[in-house]
Design a protein around this ligand. Structure first.
Ligand code: SF4
Length: 114
């Protein structure tokens, strides 16, 4: 069976077709597209971007993101973890907000000095 998807690794957005039995990928302009299609089929992952509460500064929300992709099926649990966080200003860009979120080996980091 063939499965179609759009590569989200870079802004080119190549239209990929993967054979679900042989894992043969077509439509990718570069090798990263083939890697993405295989991973998306077997164990999809996503980078999470969101905000958390912060006190003591000008703004009430701090932008944060994962410093790598986490399994897609942990997205909602990750958002639940972020909802529990309240930072105290000052916080620097790149500061770790949650270390090893949900045991993934990936950290949640601040995206702004606040
Ligand atoms: S296949 Fe390569 S060039 Fe195409 S969207 Fe993916 S990363 Fe970008």
């Amino acid at each position: 069976m063939k499965k179609e998807m759009i590569c989200i690794v870079c802004p080119m957005g190549c239209h990929l077709t993967i054979d679900t039995e042989t894992l043969d990928v077509k439509g990718n302009t570069c090798p990263r597209g083939a890697e993405y299609a295989k991973e998306e089929l077997v164990a999809p992952k996503r980078v999470i971007t969101s905000t958390v509460r912060i006190t003591g500064g000008l703004h009430k929300r701090m932008p944060v993101k994962t410093d790598g992709a986490i399994p897609k099926d942990l997205n909602f649990k990750c958002m639940e973890e972020l909802a529990k966080i309240e930072l105290q200003s000052p916080v620097k860009t790149g500061e770790i907000v949650i270390k090893n979120v949900l045991g993934t080996g990936i950290d949640i980091v601040a995206c702004k000095d606040m």
